[in-house]
Design a binder for this molecule. Structure first.
Ligand code: NAG
Ligand code: NAG
Ligand code: NAG
Ligand code: NAG
Ligand code: NAG
Ligand code: NAG
Ligand code: NAG
Ligand code: NAG
Length: 639
């Protein structure tokens, strides 16, 4: 099957190169379709998650030899793409062309760093042990064939774990191991997966489908017993292989973990860090520039906060003022229900009615607020279906009302719901974009920068920008509410300073914690995990603030250059209708938009271009698409 695919891909691309100047649009269509098909074949686990069942019996390969295969095919796709005449494409196709080009070149640019984090395939936030329920939760269990596929996957899993050990082992010889803090939680995560040795009277996630779902299908009792007995043998083997992974990590890997937190201490480490930053930001910012931007933002936000403290005649620091505010029980809801109700009221009654002030052609897809069932970040968002039959969901953490001051809730609602993630993903559903955009692949972040990007700086940057729109919508009505907003922003600004601090300026973990303690009210225990995350994913934490700053900068530029022609609703709608694109492309698109607007004559009463939101052309998602789970991990501890 593998080999057949290779030929398929090569064959079609060769065809396109020869016919490139005939029909650019058709060539692009086929190329992006092949590309998506190829990505799904290389990422079978994700393809299941995206409701493609073709590869449900196999798992992602974790072999070193796979790197070069992926690189070679990426080069072939790039050649194919560049054989297409961009000028002959429609506006939306040009965006697809540019995004694909960005994806392919981003991967190829990162390739030289494949022997760094990329060969360390498990850490406190990444890897198959991190969220083991993914293995069965995204899987369809409707037919006997589904169960056969599932058993085949179980049987292949020990082999994947062997490949993981081999990669980890390679990083020891390349001297590119993690710092030990990236692994300490991993042992506990492995221990929690299934009882050792397996005991099928005790819950073990891999076995759950045979406890529940199998009762709902038409199956003979012999077949059922046969599947169950093969599954048990496979799971026994998985569980013992996980123990091997653990033993290897403890006895071979841990003694060889890197001594310093920052990657700058690795060979060519500063250059490596710069490559990671570039992957996340899709901008050519140097670590120095990111650090300086962070310092400037921290100072600006701090002075805004200080103004609030002063005008309330409070004799003390910002932190002391927070403590003073938090000392009042009316700052908290007493029950989870009250918190949920308040979120829902904010979204539907306070925020939504104001959106037409800032947007046109609002998609108006429904959103509901639901309580997260287990503890985690403050909020998450999962998108609904394009026809509105399944609403988007803002999963709110209301498990500990006494720890989430009310004033932290509004920024979170703006971020996760509208005009943040929900609005962005709603517009995105009405864009006629190919699968590789609408079902954008996501990677384990340990692979960065040897991975195809998914533009977190754009999605999270937008969501943070959405928090700032609360000012314009006059939603932050009281000083405490303003402080809630600033503290959320401050947290992201500090990350620019601290992430670069660790990986470029050689800060220790203690310095990083102290910096946060100086400017935020984060608890030390939360900061410990927060910093471990930065140590593990160099550059990731910078996406949020940099994305937001870029959008603000483009807005300022458009305002200045367009003068009276500038309409904030057009600006926002233009950005939303462009879909999820890398920041450098966003910048280029906005610049072109400005030029076009400048060239337009102002014709009063000119009708809007036709509505793009009336005819959904994408199939509804059948599975929840958790958009921002990883990226929102630390909203949990805003204060
Ligand atoms: C990748 O391409 C290079 C150069 O064309 C070639 O030498 C190499 O054998 C290819 N590797 C694989 C795994 O196909
Ligand atoms: C790790 O690699 C070394 C060679 O670098 C080899 O001797 C050893 O057997 C490997 N260990 C495992 C568990 O693969
Ligand atoms: C498996 O777990 C059950 C429930 O805890 C326990 O009663 C049983 O003794 C266990 N079996 C083995 C073999 O450990
Ligand atoms: C980083 O700091 C450590 C001491 O904490 C020092 O040993 C190391 O040499 C420094 N690395 C660089 C690249 O300056
Ligand atoms: C503010 O507090 C400090 C000590 O906490 C005290 O010395 C000072 O007099 C106070 N200032 C005012 C204006 O109350
Ligand atoms: C909290 O409130 C109590 C009782 O009103 C008061 O004694 C204490 O000083 C307050 N603490 C802070 C930090 O404001
Ligand atoms: C929560 O309960 C406390 C004490 O029972 C009360 O003082 C406070 O006003 C309540 N808060 C809200 C928001 O109802
Ligand atoms: C935190 O604040 C203290 C006191 O202002 C200062 O001495 C220290 O350098 C700051 N720490 C960091 C990491 O910036």
């Amino acid at each position: 099957m593998e080999i057949k695919l290779v030929f398929l891909v090569f064959g079609i691309i060769a065809f396109h190169i020869h016919h490139a100047d005939g029909d650019a649009s058709m060539n692009l269509k086929v190329l992006v379709k092949d590309y998506f098909e190829w990505r799904m074949s290389e990422k079978p686990e994700q393809s299941t998650y995206k409701s493609f069942s073709k590869y449900n019996d196999i798992l992602d390969s974790m072999k070193e030899s796979g790197f070069e295969i992926t690189k070679n095919r990426t080069e072939v796709f790039l050649t194919g793409l560049r054989g297409i005449t961009r000028d002959e494409l429609s506006q939306q196709e040009k965006i697809s062309y540019d995004i694909l080009e960005n994806m392919l070149t981003t991967f190829l640019d990162g390739y030289k760093w494949r022997y760094y984090n990329t060969i360390n395939p498990m850490n406190l936030l990444d890897g198959p042990q991190y969220n083991p329920s993914h293995f069965h939760k995204s899987f369809p269990f409707d037919t006997v064939g589904d169960f056969e596929n599932y058993v085949a996957r179980l049987q292949r899993f020990p082999n994947q774990l062997d490949e993981i050990i081999t990669l980890f082992n390679l990083s020891i010889s390349k001297q590119t191991t993690y710092h030990a803090v990236s692994l300490t939680l991993v042992f506990n995560q492995i221990d929690k997966i299934c009882p050792v040795p397996t005991n099928y009277s005790i819950k073990c996630g891999y076995f759950t489908p045979f406890v529940k779902s199998i009762d709902h299908i038409h199956i003979s009792s012999e077949k059922r017993e046969d599947l169950i007995s093969r599954a048990k043998i496979a799971i026994d083997s998985i569980v013992s292989k996980y123990q091997e992974v653990k033993t290897f990590l403890q006895s071979e890997y841990l003694p060889n973990t890197r001594k310093h937190y920052g990657v700058l201490n690795l060979e060519n480490g500063r250059e490596y860090y710069q490559a990671c930053l570039k992957w996340y930001l899709s901008l050519d910012l140097t670590p120095e520039e990111v650090h300086q931007l962070g310092l400037r933002e921290v100072e600006r936000i701090q002075s805004e906060m200080m103004k609030i403290v002063e005008r309330n005649n409070f004799n003390g620091t910002v932190s002391e003022y927070f403590l003073f505010l938090k000392n009042d029980s009316s700052m908290f809801f007493n029950t989870s229900e009250a918190m949920l109700k308040s979120y829902s009221d904010m979204i539907h009654n306070q925020i939504d009615p104001l959106l037409p002030k800032l947007f046109k052609k609002l998609p108006n897809l429904p959103i509901v607020v639901k309580a997260m069932t287990s503890d985690g970040p403050g909020g998450m968002y999962s998108s609904g279906s394009a026809d509105g039959t399944h609403p988007g969901i803002f999963w709110a953490n209301v498990l500990r009302p006494q720890e989430f001051p009310k004033i932290t809730m509004l920024p979170l609602a703006l971020h996760e719901a509208s005009p943040g993630h929900h609005l962005q993903f709603s517009y995105n559903k009405f864009i006629d974009s190919p699968d590789f955009r609408s079902k954008m692949e996501s990677s384990y972040l340990y692979k960065v920068p040897v991975a195809f990007p998914r533009y977190t700086a754009s999605t999270e940057g937008w969501a943070l920008y959405a928090e700032s729109l609360g000012h314009e919508l006059d939603l932050y009505k009281t000083d405490p509410e303003l402080l809630g907003r600033y503290s959320s922003e401050m947290f992201r600004a500090c990350r620019l300073v601290v992430d670069t601090g660790i990986h470029y300026y050689n800060w220790t973990k203690e310095e990083a914690i102290e910096y946060f303690l100086n400017y935020t009210l984060q608890a030390r225990a939360d900061l410990e995990v927060e910093i471990d995350r930065y140590v593990t994913w160099p550059g990731q934490a910078c996406s949020y603030k940099i994305g937001e700053l870029k959008i603000k900068e483009l807005r300022e530029k458009a305002t200045k250059e367009l003068g009276a022609k500038f309409d904030i609703r057009d600006f926002h709608t233009f950005i939303m209708e462009g879909g999820i694109v890398p920041l450098n492309l966003l910048e280029r698109n906005v610049n072109e938009w400005i030029k076009k607007r400048l060239a337009e004559e102002t014709k009063p009463g000119k009708p809007e271009p036709g509505p793009t939101c009336s005819a959904p052309n994408q199939l509804p998602f059948h599975h929840l698409f958790i958009v921002s789970f990883l990226s929102c991990l630390s909203i949990l501890s805003l204060f």
